[in-house]
Design a protein around this ligand. Structure first.
Ligand code: 5GP
Length: 113
């Protein structure tokens, strides 16, 4: 997979406001927040998008979700947050390194836009 902005954040080649890190993933604040809390959780492994994940990545994908929940709680919104995964350009994906958006701190409408 080609290098993306997010692999540069993992490698500390560009700065980010990192709020959580472990061996498998990193969480940092979105540079263009769409809610009072807008954090991205990314795997350290290079996976361009969800549909590129393999069966062998299932534990990692689960880890991204439990980490998102943990980070939302850490931010004070453990009971009310929205997770979004854009998969592919037509869904709105702009950075092709898998990421889970955590959005919290305001109310959200449904259906999403
Ligand atoms: P996508 O549209 O691919 O689902 O989400 C990509 C997200 O990455 C966007 O919300 C965008 O604001 C965020 N983003 C893009 N470049 C950077 C960056 O250099 N730093 C940070 N922290 N976020 C970024």
């Amino acid at each position: 997979m080609s290098e993306t902005l997010f692999s540069k954040i993992i490698n500390r080649e560009i700065p980010a406001d990192i709020v959580y890190e472990d061996e498998q993933c990193l969480a940092f604040r979105d540079v263009n927040p769409q809610a009072p809390v807008h954090i991205l959780v990314i795997p350290k492994k290079s996976i361009a998008m969800l549909t590129d994940a393999m069966e062998t990545d299932e534990a990692l994908l689960g880890h991204l979700l439990t980490t998102a929940s943990k980070v939302a709680k850490q931010e004070g919104f453990g009971d009310a947050f929205r997770l979004v995964v854009n998969n592919g350009a037509d869904s709105g994906q702009t950075v092709f390194h898998l990421h889970v958006h955590i959005l919290a701190g305001r109310s959200f409408s449904w259906p999403p836009g």
